[in-house]
Ligand binder design. Sequence first.
Ligand SMILES: Nc1ncnc2c1ncn2[C@@H]1O[C@H](COP(=O)(O)OP(=O)(O)OP(=O)(O)O)[C@@H](O)[C@H]1O
Ligand SMILES: [Mg+2]
Length: 361
Amino acid sequence: MTGDDENGSSGLCVSGLRHSFGSRRVLADVELHIEPGEIVCLLGPSGCGKTTTLRLIAGLETLQAGRISWNGAVLADATGAVPPEQRGVSLLFQDFALFPHLTVAQNVAFGLVDMAKSERDGRIHEVLEQVGMLDYADTYPHRLSGGEQQRVALARARAPRPRIILLDEPFSNLDTQRRNQLRDLCLHVLKRSQSASLVVTHNAEEAMFMADRLAVMRDGAIVQSGSPEEIYFRPSSIFVAGLFGELNEIPGRVGQGRVETPLGPVEAGHIADDTDVTVLIRPEAVAVIAPDDGAAVGRVLAARLLGRTSLLHLSVSGDGSPDLHLHARVAERHLPPEGSVVGLRLDRQNVFVFPAEEDRA
Ligand SMILES: Nc1ncnc2c1ncn2[C@@H]1O[C@H](COP(=O)(O)OP(=O)(O)OP(=O)(O)O)[C@@H](O)[C@H]1O
Ligand SMILES: [Mg+2]
């Protein structure tokens, strides 16, 4: 192994990570940095390399190229590696991997072998209390629900005060209600710790809920990282914008720095004139207003209450171009009659313009 990082940065640093299984390259170039006490969510579609990245950080997979370090000291690089058990890493997977023959307290004690008994008992008490499972200390895992098992798994992962905690889709085997409860609990438990936390998910809303910062992964590389606000409001590609749900797409062409759309002109940013573009409009960016103040208009094809929002299907006429079918998502109950005409205004912070040929698969 080579020595410490020259830059001496704090927390977990992953740089230039590449990995292949046989001839198949699955990680092309992964860069991550997580400060102690910070939660970073790794967000990306199935098969993009999230679990492989976690396994490399944990030392469960042999590093092929790149470097992983903690506070500047190398954990693994091309010349060698610190063994997994000496990295100060805890892992939490989706499949509640508790030991079935051990009680809840014994499961939590598993990673605390080096502690004196009184200290260990105190720590078990503390972490089980944090996750609301103290009353179950002597219970065996098979008597617990999935959500309860995952709380214990979280307590077990936290107990040794790991430097790094890696969570791989920790909520994906739970129903919606338990999932929401557990991710709330998990957020508070992780925020109270000084661990660098990396949470894998392919659910953008979950990532926004958990993350101090997001790292978006695609085809084995981090394509954008930043605060949830940066990624949501300044997506770097059609792919990233599309992670946050349905989008209206309008084709257009840049002229004098703007793109004309049936909902009015949109600034093209740095894209050159005469470039074919795709204008992306989040459904919540289409504000529905009274039809009579000079705004664009749309005809209501259907209006559906979705609970906290209503979704309007609209037909919007352009200048000589075919009618557009747009979706508008408005707050609460707003259900104009089918066939009625409504005014439309764009909230530009939820409108994005990208070159049309950009790869979006
Ligand atoms: N041990 C292995 N041998 C061969 N190929 C593997 C191995 N582990 C993973 N892969 C392949 O590497 C790619 C990345 O897998 P990985 O498990 O990292 O994806 P992921 O982003 O975690 O996906 P998911 O969201 O479905 O869990 C996949 O195509 C997978 O089939
Ligand atoms: Mg995975």
